[in-house]
Write a protein that binds this ligand. Structure first.
Ligand code: SAM
Length: 262
């Protein structure tokens, strides 16, 4: 049996709900229980669910350094995994903590911290909890400035240039993965953007950051995305613009999976 998940190879035919293909079409958000879906810029719970099933075991420790509304932590808790969430905005972190608490279970721990994931003292957080290593890191950073999350200059969505954004993202990778156990995995969920009439392939730039830092690239997954709240009434306008211009409307984002080998 693989050491990084609880799946039983003998039962592989029974795991019909576990994705093994690189194209993920998820039609409906899981809005059950604490998963409200109200936070603009959240991801669907099915993303962490699939990743945790494949790359973690019950009792493992998972870190999400861009916690937002706490989707990964809610899912981790439901699946019997321990989790740490870091979120820059204190009010967002508090709301997430309250939401996670509504599904509290005694057999797993959840730690929510407010701070800047580039510089927050991970050693202190982990020493306080009494753990030495993380077994999985899930990252869902701002897609640079597509959604402005706060006014803070420490917010990755407020970085003034692409280089600054990628530099800050690199700092989060370093700080979040230094205590990730060797031979375990991390994942990054991100989409691309348009600027000045050209595609800025944020996804591939972020993917390269991990590769430069010595991670092995294990998967490039393409996930569909439906209408965002902001664009739901504008389908026709965007289709008109695309047909009368030279671009395509983004309907996908990426999930990159990496293995820490050094
Ligand atoms: C794309 S959202 C994550 C949403 C989350 N996956 C969810 O389902 O709610 C990115 C989050 O990163 C936070 N953020 C931005 N810069 C940060 C930083 N330097 N440190 C920690 N969090 C940051 C933003 O406030 C935002 O909540």
């Amino acid at each position: 049996m693989a050491k990084y998940n609880d799946l039983d190879p003998k039962k592989w035919k029974e795991y019909t709900d576990i994705n093994t293909d690189s194209l993920w079409i998820i039609d409906k958000r899981d809005n059950s229980g604490a998963h409200t879906g109200d936070y603009h810029g959240n991801f669907v719970p099915q993303i962490p669910h699939q990743l945790f099933s494949r790359y973690t075991k019950k009792g493992d420790w998972i870190l999400d350094p861009f916690m937002g509304s706490g989707t990964s932590l809610i899912e981790a808790q439901r699946m019997g995994r321990n989790s740490i969430g870091i979120e820059l905005q204190q009010t967002v972190a508090c709301e997430a903590r309250e939401r996670i608490e509504t599904e509290r279970r005694d057999d797993c721990a959840v730690k929510v911290v407010s701070g800047d994931s580039r510089t927050i003292d991970m050693d202190k957080i982990m020493n306080d909890i009494g753990i030495k290593k993380l077994q999985f890191v899930i990252m869902h950073p701002p897609y640079w400035d597509i959604i402005k999350f706060s006014e803070s200059k420490n917010d990755l969505s407020n970085m003034e240039s692409l280089d600054e954004f990628l530099g800050a993202f690199g700092e989060v990778i370093d700080n979040s993965t230094k205590r990730l156990e060797k031979n375990r995995y991390c994942a990054c969920v991100i989409g691309d953007k348009y600027s000045n009439s050209q595609v800025i392939p944020l996804g591939f730039y972020c993917m390269n950051k991990f590769i430069e830092k010595g991670f092995l690239l294990k998967a490039i997954l393409v996930k569909n995305f439906g209408e965002t709240k902001g664009k739901s009434n504008q389908q026709g306008i965007w289709r008109y613009r695309a047909i009368t211009n030279d671009f395509y409307i983004f309907k996908h984002e990426y999930i990159f999976v990496f293995k820490k080998v050094k």
